[in-house]
Design a protein around this ligand. Sequence first.
Ligand code: SF4
Length: 366
Amino acid sequence: FCPTGAISIKTHMDEVWDAIADPNTRVVAQVAPAVRVAVGDAFGLTKGHSVMGKLVAVLHRMGFDEVYDTAFAADLTIMEESKEFLDRVEKGEKLPLFTSCCPAWVKYLCDQYPEYKDNLSTCRSPQGMFSAVMKEYYRDPEKNQGKKTFVVSIMPCTAKKMEILRPNSFTKGEQDTDVVITTTELIRMIRNSGIEFSTLATEACDMPFGFGSGAGVIFGVTGGVTEAMLRRFADRHDKATMDSVAEAGARGEAGIKEFTVTYKGTPLNVCVVSGLANAHTVMENIKRGKKQYHIVEVMACRRGCIMGGGQPPRAGNRTKTARTEGLYQADSVTSIRKADENPLIVSLYDGLLKGKVHELLHVDEY
Ligand code: SF4
């Protein structure tokens, strides 16, 4: 919050408690990757360690009917964005492709560089994709059993509260995500619940969308979207391949990272940006013809969502590093590290998404 009170971010904790109290409402949570590495130290646990299993457990105890990992939807984003990217490269149009999962960046580009709107990926963010898929799943009367579905999105980000209100990401004219709460709001809700977080046994996410690959998990750190896409392009999934993708140039603290990779004989120029001041520099370079890229990943917050405006504040260098390492560690222990190898994603394309890919996963315009 602004210390002078001139700017304040609306909180949504009461709406969540009200939905939980309603017996005719199914309350579903999705937890973004960056949240899991920013909660533990508020309860005396090791800074930066992933507490995803404990978060699932505490949300169940607070009354959420189902708890999911937004990393699942990040896998969907990678499937769609990599396809869109290769289509554009093949046609040689609308390049560079700008990533679209950070709403603050999308707004910045639309306001400051509207002539580049067509370069934005049409993919909804992982938050948007998850909620659209969830609502579609429970549109079936046999599945919803007469209950309303209320999707609560737990995000490291205040801009995500604005993203869910953008009509261009509604499905069938309706808002998909009902409420966004930030990591700091979640911490307050856990404290208010009186549940002893630190001693909770870990629990797994619910089904049918309860698994995200390691590629989805690293979306929370700058360079993660790019690295996840490069994994998608890799033919193999062995450790040596994953290590070599990790060393391609997407990782690291620099606000602007540039490197070239070769895909099927075509050199692709990649730029990874975090922080809007750095995005401004990159956009001016592109506009003036000083730089030519094929893809540009932009996260408005320096170091990515781990340092989002909804995360616990006053994070020094030790915290920043711990959160980054926490996400890479969480990725390294997943058995599936490529989005295209997530079996839940494969079955989704064969089932619920048939004929609905564009309607549920993309926007028509910005
Ligand atoms: Fe939100 Fe910052 Fe992440 Fe963008 S980079 S989605 S503004 S937390």
